[in-house]
Ligand binder design. Structure first.
Ligand SMILES: C[S@@+](CC[C@H](N)C(=O)[O-])C[C@H]1O[C@@H](n2cnc3c(N)ncnc32)[C@H](O)[C@@H]1O
Ligand code: SF4
Length: 304
């Protein structure tokens, strides 16, 4: 906790050091989810001969660089993270590299269709609804693959579900929360709203407010909802272009460029931001004790 307290104190005095190092390690993916534009971006980048993958050495260099700047949480994103490889190294090797570099909490996000790598502290699995809805969004058989891999995994850290609310799953919030509550491998669920593109699946403000009221009620009833209470309320605020806590997380993307806040910073997407993490980072930066308490049990601790 000392590392986090030091980061926060420095940030109060104007430091722009990041707390989280988020690394988009490659764009490749085995799925084509309806709400995700990574796969079309991948095709575009390949066509323009732009780099679509970070190498092992680039990842290790960046881990060291951002650790020196103050980052203590490392998070791998994709593409599908479990498919990343470079010269015989895989996701397990870069999780270990982050631990060796000194990061307290190391995590990654996955669609759960491959075997889990278990060296991290946290795993985020995408769950966009009950079987029929999840598969309609992510592809046939994906829900069963995820559940099979969850059943099989022996993991001592926290696995949580990440649901992106969009037109197709808005009516399935409670059902999904129930699946998580009944699955002993899952510590809880975080709700986000889709951030366009694609606009066709985006939600109206009224739809968002209704969803937040439902999630708040489920949280009161004891469902394991990991959005902090204040973070949940802030999900109704759509335009984060002026409020985004840009420096809390630094991103590196496969072409090697760095972006504060998120790779969409400064684009029209900021006006319809649906990412729950942005709200939680904002509250943490402002020193909200209740949010720091709610978030730290999963996202700040090391399992070792
Ligand atoms: C880009 S994926 C990468 C990791 C992995 N392939 C997966 O599906 O979990 C990370 C998370 O971003 C979410 N995501 C994708 N497109 C999004 C969008 N337009 N708005 C909000 N979240 C999105 C996914 O649902 C997933 O939970
Ligand atoms: S599995 Fe992840 S990266 Fe792949 S298409 Fe779906 S959301 Fe995008």
């Amino acid at each position: 906790m000392f590392g986090y307290a030091k980061w926060w104190l420095k940030s109060m005095f104007g430091s722009k050091a990041p707390l989280v190092n988020t690394m988009i390690i490659h764009y490749a993916c085995n799925l084509r989810c309806k709400h995700c534009s990574i796969h079309s971006g991948y095709a575009e980048a390949e066509a323009k001969q732009i780099k679509t993958k970070l190498t092992y050495d680039e990842i290790v260099d960046d881990l060291k660089l951002q650790f020196r700047r103050g980052a203590r949480i490392a998070y791998y994103e994709g593409g599908e993270t479990t498919m990343w490889s470079d010269n015989g190294k895989d996701l397990g090797d870069i999780i270990k590299a982050a631990k060796d570099a000194g990061y307290t909490n190391v995590g990654y996000t996955t669609n759960g269709t491959n075997k889990f790598f278990t060296g991290s502290d946290v795993i985020s699995v995408s769950l966009d609804g009950p079987r029929e809805i999840h598969d309609m969004i992510r592809g046939d058989g994906v829900f069963d693959e995820l559940m099979k891999n969850l059943d099989a995994v022996d993991f001592s850290g926290s696995i949580y579900a990440n649901m992106v609310l969009q037109k197709d799953n808005l009516e399935h919030i409670e059902e999904t929360a129930k699946i998580v509550k009944e699955n002993k491998k899952l510590a809880g669920i975080i709700f986000n709203f889709i951030t366009p593109p694609p606009s066709s699946l985006a939600l109206t403000l009224e739809e968002k407010k209704k969803a937040i009221a439902e999630i708040r009620e489920l949280k009161k009833q004891g469902y394991p909802i990991l959005n902090s209470k204040k973070g949940l309320e802030l999900l109704a605020e759509e335009d984060w272009s002026k409020k985004c806590p840009y420096h809390v997380t630094v991103f590196i993307i496969p072409d090697g460029s760095h972006h504060n806040g998120c790779p969409m910073a400064g684009t029209p997407s900021c006006k319809e931001c649906g990412f729950a993490a942005v709200r939680e980072y904002y509250l943490i930066k402002r020193g909200s004790i209740s949010t720091i308490n709610e978030m730290s049990s999963i996202f700040a601790m090391s399992k070792k």
